[in-house]
Design a binder for this molecule. Sequence first.
Ligand SMILES: NC(=O)c1ccc[n+]([C@@H]2O[C@H](COP(=O)([O-])OP(=O)(O)OC[C@H]3O[C@@H](n4cnc5c(N)ncnc54)[C@H](OP(=O)(O)O)[C@@H]3O)[C@@H](O)[C@H]2O)c1
Length: 214
Amino acid sequence: MTTIGILGAGRVGTNLAGKLSEAGHHVTLGARSPEDTSARTRGLAPQIDYADQRTTARTADIVINATPGNSSLERLTSLRAELSGKILIDVSNATRDTADGLPGDLCYPGSSLAEKLQAALPDTRVVKTLNTMLFMVMTAPETLAAPPTAYLSGDDEHAKKTVTNLLGDLGWQPEQIEDLGDITTARATEAMILVVPHILRRHGFNPFAVSLTR
Ligand SMILES: NC(=O)c1ccc[n+]([C@@H]2O[C@H](COP(=O)([O-])OP(=O)(O)OC[C@H]3O[C@@H](n4cnc5c(N)ncnc54)[C@H](OP(=O)(O)O)[C@@H]3O)[C@@H](O)[C@H]2O)c1
């Protein structure tokens, strides 16, 4: 059984925690106020543990970053020792938001948060995935009318294989998973966020993914 630590107990973090726990993984949800988060989300899945983010990173085999992307680099760099030797799955988007709270521009144009994280955490294997869809699609890809795509970016092939297996536990079929290559390819999928605010303004928060069709 893999121990998965999820940093950030918001929409993405709690959604992933519930499904990964259901799939049989030992999940720790890393929150700033673990007791409050436990009280708020206790219906999610009875087996989930709650801890602060540092403890979550230290005790997990695999760590998922589901915290705000615009401050993730500083936060995760401070967890370098705890993340050493581990796989870090980054599902966040690092954006500067517009007045209506939706993404307006990238924090790292010409690069990406995933590349910055990999450079700052050389002993950690960073894999970028799942940042190109609304959170409910991450754990229910079968609910969209057309099969969505989960992109993968990362330097370590074994880490990407492990993440591919976890995506399978979330309901993703192998043909829906598109390995784009090394971590620099994350700048493409992180840039896909720029389409999202326009879709949301026109169609509301209806589930969608930015996908590849052949
Ligand atoms: N929402 C989506 O559909 C979606 C889709 C793709 C990617 N993403 C990305 O996934 C990430 C999470 O999105 P979300 O929608 O779940 O956001 P959210 O609902 O705002 O949750 C983010 C969580 O991160 C933690 N957090 C916030 N500020 C923090 C800080 N300064 N230090 C440490 N932890 C902090 C909080 O957890 P605690 O309350 O437990 O402290 C918060 O609940 C973002 O990077 C977002 O861009 C979101």
